[in-house]
Design a protein around this ligand. Structure first.
Ligand code: PBG
Length: 345
């Protein structure tokens, strides 16, 4: 039946009507608030490129978590800024690491708030990569022009060693679980990490600790502001040998399949808005909870344009979040969690 019998505008005439037929609804219950925890006391150090986000010492982190909970947000995800970085990422897996101490404080002060641990090494490695760096020195013979003898040139090639990284990730996950972490979320993109973490958790007695794997994590320029917040930019090279190529949807589905086969309980797509098709396809193909991460660059762009009055920040925030939900995300990790929860209340 076509126009004039069909008039789709009939159901859009006023807000009550629009609300009645709304297909997707946001609720704070599906939000996860990312938090950056740093050493010290009474520290709230603003992240310049992420207005509204700060590095928080543990005492401030607890307050922030209480606020989040009072707004109906069920979970936070923790990123740590360690006192020192090294080449074994000791700050990630030591039992008195910043995230472990923060987790114990949160589980003591805000016990019913879920705490998710991002398991990755980039914040703890002096070189800023998500895994162990192996340097290979190659000697190459170079014929210097006009010279009699051939000179030896030395080229250094770097490799992020997959299998050597798995042990460290597994150690990190167990140490976080021991501190009381509710959910383990590996974000490093090494092959086989979910299996390694599952095995280590089970052997340590944490059979009931779920894994939320950053399964389809793309090598994205949208992570820029996060690397300021977490001080985790790679000191050389980039992450394209482990994070995914942004052009690949089928490969993303393979990543999800392998992580589920290895024992992931939930999967994540990241970033969110530039990859809504991946979220949608993941939702259609897999019967597990799908999370999406609206990352730092997505947040920063909206905040920057809003500060210039180029867009209506609140409306764009809500529209961006509903798009992620409509695409199929059950869980949304977003720096807007508190602000959006306030608007939804
Ligand atoms: C750690 C990690 C990153 C993010 C989440 N976990 C940074 C990266 O991969 O470089 C990015 C989150 C964001 O941009 O908000 N590997």
């Amino acid at each position: 039946m076509a126009f004039p019998v069909t008039r789709l505008r009939r159901l859009r005439r006023n807000e009550q009507m629009r609300s009645l037929v709304r297909e997707t609804r946001l609720t704070p219950q599906s939000f996860v608030l990312p938090l950056f925890v740093c050493p010290g006391e009474a520290v709230r150090k603003p992240v310049v490129s992420m207005p509204g986000v700060s590095n928080l010492s543990i005492d401030e982190l607890v307050k922030e978590a209480q606020t989040a909970q009072s707004l109906g947000i069920p979970a936070v995800i923790l990123f740590g800024l360690p006192e020192k970085k090294d080449t074994s990422a000791s700050g990630a897996w030591s039992d008195d690491g910043i995230v472990q101490r923060a987790t114990r404080a949160l589980k003591r002060e805000v016990p019913s708030l879920l705490v998710i641990g991002d398991v990755c090494l980039c914040e703890y490695m002096s070189h800023g990569h998500c895994g162990v760096v192996q340097a290979e020195t190659r000697e190459a013979s170079v014929q210097a022009s006009g010279a009699v003898a051939a000179r030896k040139a030395v080229a250094i090639e770097y490799e992020i060693a997959n299998d050597a990284t798995l042990d460290i990730l597994a150690h990190t996950a167990v140490s976080q679980a021991r501190a009381g972490m509710d959910i383990i979320a590996p974000s490093d993109m090494m092959d086989g990490r979910v299996a390694a973490i599952r095995k280590a958790l089970d052997e340590a007695g944490y059979q009931n600790t779920p894994i939320l794997s950053y399964a389809a994590k793309f090598a994205s320029a949208f992570y820029g502001p996060f690397r300021e917040a977490a001080d985790s930019a790679p000191q050389f090279g980039d992450r394209r040998s482990y994070q995914m190529d942004g052009a690949n949807l089928r490969e993303a589905l393979r990543e999800i399949t392998t992580d589920l086969e290895e024992g992931a309980d939930m999967i994540m797509v990241k970033p969110a808005m530039p990859y809504l098709d991946v979220i949608s396809e993941a939702r259609r193909r897999f019967d597990v909870p799908v999370a999406a991460y609206q990352v730092s660059g997505e947040y920063a762009m909206i905040q920057a344009a809003a500060q210039n009055n180029w867009i209506d920040g609140k409306k764009v925030m809500m529209e961006s979040l509903i798009s992620i939900k409509r695409a199929g995300a059950d869980v949304i990790l977003t720096y807007f969690a508190k602000e959006a929860a306030k608007l939804l209340a």
